[in-house]
Design a protein around this ligand. Structure first.
Ligand code: KMT
Ligand code: NI
Length: 180
């Protein structure tokens, strides 16, 4: 995992887009916006992943391969949907098993994009209510385990005035202010 500020320049979303003028983003900065991260080496990851899942009450999971081969005709549509800024009413928990990609999260209160580059072994938890988006990188492939607390909640709430007043969004912002 490596995190840095997104350069906000137009161009292929699969390229790094690393801002040259800003320092790298530390894990503690990520933690301050409630993003959590672990590295669990692929070899023998089952036991550790199960332990984290048990401890945090993640009872369901599935595996998705985001690639042309994995998604076929749906690939381009899905890539566009994943890269559209959104929130969920639940945590987004991803353990990367192969390939990699970028999770872009909005820092609060600055609203700057922080780009989190992930690879195999990275376990990332985005809190409910954080604005984010996802892209594959130049490898064009991400195989990931998706963990869920209960029933998978797929719905993405795209950014709008309405999402800004979503109770999960408000609760998220309050949790950050309270922690600061
Ligand atoms: C989401 O909701 O942003 C996603 O599921 C992204 C794809 S998982 C790497
Ligand atoms: Ni999402």
């Amino acid at each position: 995992m490596r995190a840095y500020y997104f350069d906000n320049l137009p161009g292929d979303q699969r390229l790094p887009h690393e801002s040259a003028s800003q320092a790298a983003v530390s894990i503690s900065t990520l933690n301050s916006i409630k993003v959590e991260f672990w590295n669990i080496p692929l070899q023998g990851h089952e036991e550790k992943l199960n332990a984290v899942a048990k401890e945090r009450g993640y009872r369901n999971r599935d595996v998705i391969t985001i690639s042309k081969e994995g998604l076929g005709d749906e690939y381009e549509t899905k890539l566009k949907a994943f890269y559209k800024e959104h929130i969920h009413e639940d945590e987004e928990i991803r353990y990367i098993m192969d390939g990699g990609g970028f999770f872009d999260v909005r820092e609060a209160p600055t609203d700057e994009w922080i780009r989190i580059a992930v690879s195999a072994g990275d376990l990332l938890v985005l809190p409910a209510g954080i604005y984010h988006r996802f892209s594959v990188d130049e490898r064009n492939m991400t195989r990931t385990t998706r963990l869920f607390k209960d029933e998978p909640k797929w719905s993405a709430i795209y950014r709008s005035d309405e999402s800004d007043t979503n109770p999960h969004r408000i609760e998220y912002l309050n949790s950050i202010t309270a922690a600061a």
